[in-house]
Ligand binder design. Structure first.
Ligand code: SAH
Length: 249
């Protein structure tokens, strides 16, 4: 089972349909699929919700609705409630990054909840009291409160990254071994002389420079082959030139 299936996002009385749709999208971007809405409002603009859910419309259809937060949280062990206000909980609040490993440990075999409040008033103290952890997203004093869907994005993202689910694409080409690199340097050496780019006296200095440049990043086998091909072609052109024009001073 995918550990992220055990993460439940709970929205308490969300006001804007657009935010609910954006929440669905943010959840799916991070592999999270369990959405609960507590006390959905009859005034919710569902057209707006579907519009902003984009390719996460199925997620919106799959939402569960509850009349109380207690019911929505009934099957959850760890409950992280999010709040922009520190005040009371300043000493105990966790950042989403700190909370992620705590949540994932429980999510291995239990449901875990992330609770988000109303756009205008956040969560009440009674609602916050039902949480095992308070989560505060670090933000500037200039404006501490995030948009609801963006707050969901930050929290889900941290869980997703911590879950190790994502495999970044890697360089597929093999790294060049020393033997191939040295053959390339020898060809460049010859090329620099043949093209009269440098004289014998300066050659070693130039070679040191080249080695420094080419060791700043990883050189793959195809990289080295291109560099070697370039030098070989330059040698060939120099030879042709010398044949027709004779060596120049
Ligand atoms: N004016 C409200 C803000 C609500 S923002 C208040 O003062 O609480 C809507 C929801 O987004 C919040 O209830 C919370 O769940 C989440 N949120 C917004 N900013 C946050 C932050 N900095 N840290 C944690 N959660 C945040």
């Amino acid at each position: 089972m995918n550990i992220l299936e055990n993460i439940k996002v709970v929205l308490v009385e969300p006001i804007f349909g657009g935010n609910i749709g954006s929440v669905c999208r943010a959840m799916n971007n991070n592999g999270i699929t369990d959405l609960a809405i507590v006390k959905p409002r009859p005034t919710t603009n569902w057209d707006e919700a579907y519009k902003l859910a984009c390719n996460a419309k199925a997620q919106l259809d799959a939402r569960q609705e509850f009349q109380t937060l207690e019911e929505a949280l009934a099957d959850c062990t760890v409950v992280g409630a999010t709040s922009a206000r520190t005040g009371f909980y300043r000493d105990t609040a966790h950042s989403p990054r700190e909370f992620a490993p705590i949540a994932l440990e429980s999510a291995a075999d239990h449901k875990v909840a992330l609770v988000f409040g109303r756009e205008d008033k956040g969560l009440t103290n009674e609602e916050l009291a039902q949480a095992t952890h308070i989560i505060q997203i670090p933000s500037s004093e200039l404006y501490t409160s995030l948009n609801l869907a963006q707050a969901v994005m930050v929290c889900c993202y941290e869980l997703f990254v911590a879950s190790g689910t994502f495999q970044p694409s890697e360089e597929k080409a093999d790294e060049a071994p020393s033997e191939l690199r040295e053959r390339m340097f020898a060809t460049w050496r010859e090329m620099m002389l043949k093209t009269e780019f440098t004289h014998e006296q300066k050659l070693e200095h130039m070679m040191m420079g080249l080695r420094r440049i080419f060791s700043r990043g990883k050189l793959t086998v195809p990289d080295v082959k291109i560099l070697m091909g370039l030098a070989k072609q330059s040698i060939w052109v120099s030879n042709q030139w010398n044949k027709t024009k004779g060596p120049h001073e």
